[in-house]
Ligand binder design. Structure first.
Ligand code: PLP
Length: 390
C-alpha cells in the first residue's frame, strides 16, 4: 500500500466520527432526515449574528491596494491590536498586538503552538475525556500524548496530573468549557494546577483551548487562565461563538510574561508559515476585528440545555449538568458504551460513544439542533434505557 501505515492506523482510531456519520446517513435515507435525531455533531446550527453579514459586506466592498496580498505571517497588526483589547478584558490583563497571533481556527492554532514547543519525544498531558484531535496534533509534531483522567464529576484530578509530570513534560492542554463534558474548571482548580506546574522544575506550558468560553449557562463564568499561571497560552476561534467554523478563523494569545516569549512568538509565527497556513484568512481577519464582543444568541443554547437535561432526567439517565459549551456526557446504562449507542440508534437517536473521547462508559450528545428535535427524542431515550435494563 502506497499510503502511510500510520495514517491507516489513525483512520481506524478516529473511526467513531466516521461510523456515526455513516450510520446517520443510512438512517436518514431509510426514515427521512426529519425522523432521525442527530446529536452526533458539534457543528453549530445557529446562524452567525446579524452584524456578521453587514460587516462582511462592508469589509468586502472596501477596495484598496494589497487587501488580498500576503501579510505578516502572524496576521494584520491592526487586527491583532483589536483582539488584544478584547482578550485583555476577558483575561483581566493588559495585552498588546505582540501577544496575539491570528490562526486558521483553534485547530490551526493548536498545531502552531505544538510545532513551536515540541522536540521529538516531548510529552503533552491531555485530560480524558478529550477532544480526540489532540492525540493527532501532538503526534503531528513528534510529541507523545500522556492521558490523565478527570474525576467522576469531570473536575481536574490534580494529584493524577502531578503524578504524570516527568522530565519530558513540555505542556498540558486543558479545554474549558469542555467538549465533551460541558464542565468549566474553577479558579480554585486552576490555582492548584498552577502550583503543581510551578513546582515541576522545568517550565511547563499551559495551553488553554477555549473556543466555548462565551457559551456558558446560568451565572457560570470561565476564570482567567492568565491570572492563574504565567506560562500560559490561550487558543481559540470564532467557530462556536460567532458560528463560523467553516471560515477557519482563530487566534493564539500568550501571557505577557510567559517564558521565552520572544523566541516563542517567533517560532509560532514561523510555524504558521511552514505548516502551510501562511496566514489566517485575510477577509475574515478584517471582519472579526470589527466583531469583538459580539456573540451568537447564547440564550438558545441555554434553553436547549434546560430542555435536554429535563428529557434525560425524566427518562432516568445519570449525568453532570453542563455549565457551558453545547454537549451532554451522560453515563452509559450499559458498561459497553458502543452497544448502548447501538440501542439509541435503534430509536433513530445518534450519539457518540465515550470511548471516542478516551472515556468508555459514557456517550456524548451535542445540542446543535432545534428544540423540537430534543423533545421529540424523549420517547426514544426512555425506550433505549428500558431496553438496556432488560
Ligand atoms: N477544540 C475543541 C475542544 C473543539 O471542540 C474544537 C471543534 O469542535 C476545536 C478545538 C477546533 O475548533 P476550530 O473550528 O476553531 O478549529
Amino acid at each position: 500500500m502506497a499510503i502511510s501505515q500510520k495514517m491507516i492506523a489513525f483512520a481506524e482510531r478516529s473511526s467513531w466520527i466516521r461510523k456515526m456519520f455513516e450510520e446517520g446517513a443510512k438512517l436518514k435515507s431509510i426514515h427521512g432526515a426529519d425522523n432521525v435525531f442527530d446529536f452526533s455533531l458539534g457543528n453549530p446550527d445557529l446562524p452567525p449574528p446579524a452584524q456578521f453579514a453587514t460587516t462582511l459586506q462592508k469589509v468586502a466592498a472596501e477596495a484598496g491596494p494589497g487587501r488580498h496580498s500576503y501579510m505578516p505571517n502572524g496576521g494584520y497588526p491592526f487586527v491583532r491590536a483589536a483582539l488584544a483589547a478584547q482578550i485583555g478584558n476577558e483575561q483581566g490583563m493588559t495585552l498588546g498586538e505582540e501577544e496575539i497571533l491570528m490562526t486558521v481556527g483553534a485547530a490551526g492554532g493548536l498545531n502552531v503552538i505544538l510545532k513551536a514547543l515540541l522536540d521529538p519525544g516531548d510529552e503533552v498531558i491531555i485530560l480524558a475525556p478529550f477532544f480526540v484531535e489532540y492525540n493527532f496534533y501532538v503526534d503531528n509534531h513528534g510529541g507523545t500524548a500522556k492521558v490523565v483522567n478527570t474525576r467522576e464529576d469531570f473536575s481536574l484530578d490534580i494529584a493524577a496530573i502531578e503524578a504524570a509530570i516527568g522530565p519530558k513534560t513540555k505542556a498540558i492542554i486543558i479545554n474549558s468549557p469542555n467538549n465533551p463534558t460541558g464542565q468549566i474548571y474553577s479558579a480554585d482548580e486552576l490555582a492548584r494546577l498552577a502550583t503543581v506546574l510551578e513546582e515541576a522544575g522545568q517550565p511547563i506550558y499551559l495551553i488553554a483551548d477555549e473556543p466555548y468560553r462565551k457559551i456558558v449557562f446560568d451565572d457560570h463564568e470561565v476564570p482567567s487562565i492568565f491570572q492563574a499561571y504565567r506560562h500560559s497560552l490561550v487558543v481559540s476561534s470564532y467557530s462556536k461563538d460567532l458560528s463560523l467554523p467553516g471560515e477557519r478563523i482563530g487566534y493564539i494569545a500568550v501571557h505577557p510574561e510567559i517564558a521565552d516569549k520572544g523566541p516563542l512568538m517567533g517560532a509560532m509565527t514561523l510555524a504558521n508559515r511552514i505548516l502551510g497556513f501562511v496566514n489566517a484568512p485575510a477577509l475574515m481577519q478584517r471582519v472579526v476585528a470589527e466583531l469583538q464582543g459580539v456573540t451568537v444568541d447564547t440564550e438558545i443554547y441555554t434553553r436547549r440545555r434546560e430542555l435536554f437535561c429535563k428529557v434525560l432526567r425524566e427518562a432516568g439517565y445519570q449525568f453532570v449538568p453542563p455549565k457551558g459549551a453545547f454537549y451532554l456526557f451522560p453515563k452509559s446504562p450499559l458498561a459497553d458504551d458502543a452497544e448502548f449507542v447501538g440501542l439509541l440508534a435503534e430509536e433513530k437517536i445518534l450519539a457518540v460513544p465515550g470511548r471516542g473521547f478516551g472515556m468508555p462508559g459514557y456517550f456524548r450528545l451535542a445540542f446543535c439542533v432545534e428544540d423540537e428535535v430534543i423533545s421529540r427524542a424523549a420517547a426514544g431515550f426512555a425506550a433505549a434505557l428500558a431496553a438496556a435494563q432488560q
